[in-house]
Design a protein around this ligand. Structure first.
Ligand code: IFM
Length: 449
C-alpha cells in the first residue's frame, strides 16, 4: 500500500498503547493481589471462549522483548497502565515495592530507548477487596485511589512523561455496574451514575498529590468518546442522538471541563443521580494538562421508547464492520476532535487509542492485514484534518502494540500491530506494523514519501 504522509507538526508524538490486565499475565507473582478481572474472568460464561488474563501475552516476563518491538516501530511514546493490585495488593494499606519494581524497570528501559512513558493509573483492574467493600459506587474508594496514585507517582515521579488517572470511566461505570459486560459484572443501572461520580472525584482528588510528586509530568484523563449521529432528520432521532451523547460523552466532559453535570442527563438519571457534595465539582474540574481521547467508531441513533433511558437504539450501518462489529467511520474522528475544540476549549489533546480488530491469520510467518492499514491510514488522515481545522492534538497512539485479552471478547479479537501466537507467545509484527514504522520514519524525514 502506498501512502503520502500528511505533514504533522514536527513534535507530534507517535505511540502505541496497551493495558496491564490485557497483556501482563503473571497474576500471582511478586505479591500481586486479585483484581475484579481475575474474579470476573473466572465466572462461567462471562468471557468468550472462557479466556482469562492469567497468562495473556506474558508481558510481565517478556517486557524487554516488547520494548525491542517498540523500538523497531520507532515510536516516540508508549502508553501502558499500572496494575493497582500489584502496587497495593489489598486495595488499601501496604504498598508492595516488588510490584512497583516492575514498572520502575520498565520506565527506565523505555527512557534508555528514547521512548516517553505515558502511564495510566486505572485501566479497569480494581483490587478485589475494594469491590468487596462496594467498589466504585462507594465514596470511600476515592481515598483508596488517592493513596494508590500517591504510591505510584512518588516512586516513578517525573520519569513518566504523562500520567492519566483513569481510562474510559464510562466503561468502568456502565459496562461494569449497569450492563454486567465487564467486571465486576453487576446489572444494577442505578449504581452506574454513583460509580461514574466517584471515578471522576477520585481523578480530581488525586491530581493534587500527583502534581506534588511529579511536578514535571503532564497530568490528565482518558475518555472514550462515542459520537452519536441521528439516523434521520426526524426530531425524535435528533433528540435520541443528543440523549446518547449526554449519557456517554457529556456526563464526563461537562464536569471535567466545565465543572457541572449536564442537566438533561441528570434528569434522565432521576432518583439514581449521584450524591454530589459541596466542592466535588470544583475538584473534578481541576485543570488538566491534557485530555486523552479514545475514538474507534460512532453510533447511528434512533429513538426507542421501549428500551431503558436514554431510550436509544443503534441503527445498522451498511459498510463492512471490523471484527468486533464496529463501523469504520474516520470522518467521526475529525468531527469529534473539532467539536471538542469548539465546544470545550480543552487542554491539548492526544488520541490515546485508535485501532481496529480484524481476523488476522499467520501464514508462512507473516500476517497481511490490509484492512487494518486502511483503517489506521484513514484515521491518521482524519486526525490531520482536525489539526488543520484548528484542533490542538499533540499525538496519536495506535491500539494496540500487541494482540491481547480483549476483555469480554477474550483472545479471539485481535487489535495488535504485532500478532501474538498464544501457544508459543511468539510475536510476529504484522504488515500494519511496517506501515506504522514507515509512517513514523517519513514523519521524521528518515525516509522519503
Ligand atoms: O481493548 C480496549 C481497551 O482496553 C480500551 N479501549 C478500547 C479497546 C478496544 O476495545
Amino acid at each position: 500500500m502506498t501512502t503520502t504522509t500528511p505533514r504533522f507538526p514536527a513534535d507530534f508524538v507517535w505511540g502505541v498503547a496497551t493495558a496491564a490486565y490485557q497483556i501482563e499475565g503473571a497474576v500471582d507473582e511478586d505479591g500481586r493481589g486479585p483484581s475484579i478481572w481475575d474474579t470476573f474472568s473466572a465466572t462461567p460464561g462471562a468471557i468468550d471462549g472462557g479466556d482469562t488474563g492469567a497468562v495473556a501475552c506474558d508481558h510481565y516476563h517478556r517486557w524487554a522483548e516488547d520494548l525491542d518491538l517498540m523500538q523497531r516501530l520507532g515510536v516516540d511514546a508508549y502508553r501502558f497502565s499500572i496494575a493497582w493490585p500489584r502496587v497495593i495488593p489489598a486495595g488499601t494499606g501496604s504498598v508492595n515495592q516488588a510490584g512497583l519494581d516492575f514498572y520502575d524497570r520498565l520506565v527506565d528501559r523505555l527512557l534508555e530507548r528514547g521512548i516517553a512513558p505515558f502511564a495510566t493509573l486505572y485501566h479497569w483492574d480494581l483490587p478485589q477487596p475494594l469491590q468487596d467493600a462496594g467498589g466504585w459506587p462507594e465514596r470511600s474508594i476515592v481515598d483508596a485511589f488517592v493513596a494508590y496514585a500517591d504510591a505510584v507517582t512518588r516512586r516513578l515521579g517525573d520519569r513518566v512523561a504523562a500520567y492519566a488517572t483513569m481510562n474510559e470511566p464510562w466503561c468502568s461505570a456502565v459496562l461494569g455496574y449497569a450492563l454486567g459486560e465487564h467486571a465486576p459484572g453487576l446489572r444494577e443501572p442505578a449504581l452506574a451514575p454513583h460509580a461514574a461520580h466517584h471515578l471522576l472525584l477520585a481523578h480530581g482528588t488525586a491530581l493534587e498529590v500527583m502534581r506534588a510528586n511529579a511536578p514535571g509530568a503532564q497530568h490528565g484523563i482518558v475518555l472514550n468518546i462515542h459520537p452519536a449521529y441521528p439516523a434521520t432528520d426526524a426530531p425524535s432521532d435528533i433528540a435520541a442522538a443528543r440523549r446518547f451523547d449526554g449519557f456517554f460523552n457529556r456526563w464526563f466532559l461537562d464536569p471535567l471541563l466545565e465543572g457541572r453535570y449536564p442537566s438533561d442527563v441528570w434528569e434522565g438519571y432521576g432518583a439514581a443521580a449521584p450524591d454530589v457534595r459541596e466542592g466535588d465539582l470544583e475538584t473534578i474540574a481541576r485543570p488538566l494538562d491534557f485530555l486523552g481521547v479514545n475514538y474507534y467508531t460512532r453510533i447511528i441513533a434512533t429513538s426507542d421508547p421501549t428500551v431503558p433511558w436514554p431510550s436509544v437504539r443503534a441503527v445498522p450501518f451498511e459498510s463492512t464492520p471490523t471484527d468486533v462489529g464496529w463501523e469504520v467511520y474516520p470522518q467521526g474522528m475529525t468531527e469529534l476532535l473539532l467539536r471538542l475544540q469548539r465546544e470545550y476549549a480543552p487542554p491539548p489533546m492526544y488520541v490515546t487509542e485508535n485501532g481496529a480488530a480484524y481476523a488476522d491469520v499467520l501464514h508462512n510467518g507473516t500476517v497481511d492485514d490490509p484492512q487494518r492499514i486502511a483503517y489506521l491510514e484513514q484515521h491518521v488522515a482524519a486526525v490531520h484534518a482536525a489539526i488543520e481545522g484548528g484542533a490542538d492534538v499533540r499525538g496519536y497512539f495506535a491500539w494496540s502494540l500487541l494482540d491481547n485479552f480483549e476483555w469480554a471478547r477474550g483472545y479471539a479479537k485481535r487489535f495488535g500491530l504485532v500478532y501474538v501466537d498464544y501457544e508459543t507467545q511468539a510475536r510476529v509484527p504484522k504488515r500494519s506494523a511496517s506501515w506504522y514504522a514507515g509512517l513514523i520514519a517519513r514523519h521524521r524525514g528518515e525516509i522519503d514519501d
